[in-house]
Design a protein around this ligand. Structure first.
Ligand SMILES: Cc1cc2nc3c(=O)[nH]c(=O)nc-3n(C[C@H](O)[C@H](O)[C@H](O)COP(=O)(O)O)c2cc1C
Length: 150
C-alpha cells in the first residue's frame, strides 16, 4: 500500500494538529499514513515511503522547533542522496515576523531540493495572522497535492 510519512516540527501543537487533520483525508484516498515528531534521516531514505510531507512551524527568529532542528542539521551536515524522494511542505508562521515568515518551511524545502528530492505542488505557507485554524487551508491544499502525487 502507498505510504506517506508526515514529519512534524511544532512548538505549540499547531503543526501537529495539521498533520492529524490531513491524515484521514489521505487515508480516505488509500494511503497508509504515519506521523512522527521525531524525524530522522532514515525517514527520507526509507524505500517504503511513497512520499513524505513536512508540517513545520517557525519559532524564534526564523528557527526550527526543538527536535526538528536536529533533523535539519544532520541532513545539512551529512547530506543524502534524495533523487528518489517526492515531498510536500506545509509551513506554519506569522507574517508579522516579516523577513522570517515561514523561514523553517523555506529552509527545509530548499535543502531537500538541494539534495535532489522533488517537491510535489507548491509549498503551503499558512499565516496565523490570517488563519486562526491552520487545518482549513491545509485540507484544501492536500486535496490538490494528492492529485499531483502520481
Ligand atoms: C516566540 C515565537 C517566535 C516566532 N517566530 C516566528 C518567525 O520567525 N517566523 C514566523 O513566520 N512565525 C513565527 N512565529 C509564529 C509561529 O510560527 C506560528 O504561531 C505557528 O502557527 C505556531 O505553530 P505551532 O503551534 O506548530 O508551534 C513565532 C511564534 C512565537 C511564539
Amino acid at each position: 500500500m502507498a505510504k506517506i510519512k508526515i514529519l512534524v516540527g511544532t512548538v505549540y501543537g499547531g503543526a501537529r494538529d495539521v498533520a492529524d487533520g490531513i491524515k484521514p483525508v489521505l487515508e480516505q484516498k488509500g494511503y497508509q499514513v504515519d506521523i512522527t515528531e521525531d524525524p530522522a534521516l532514515s525517514d527520507l531514505t526509507d524505500p517504503d515511503n511513497t512520499a513524505i510531507l513536512i508540517s513545520v512551524s517557525t519559532t524564534g527568529s526564523g528557527d526550527f522547533p526543538p527536535g526538528f532542528d536536529k533533523f535539519y542539521f544532520s541532513l545539512n551536515d551529512q547530506g543524502a542522496s534524495l533523487g528518489h524522494l517526492k515531498y510536500g511542505v506545509i509551513a506554519l508562521g506569522d507574517s508579522s515576523y516579516d523577513t522570517t515568515f515561514c523561514e523553517a518551511g523555506r529552509k527545509i524545502d530548499n535543502i531537500l531540493a538541494e539534495y535532489g528530492a522533488t517537491r510535489v505542488g507548491r509549498r503551503l505557507d499558512i499565516d496565523s495572522a490570517e488563519h486562526f485554524d491552520a487545518i482549513e487551508p491545509a485540507i484544501s491544499w492536500i486535496e490538490d497535492w494528492t492529485t499531483r502525487l502520481v
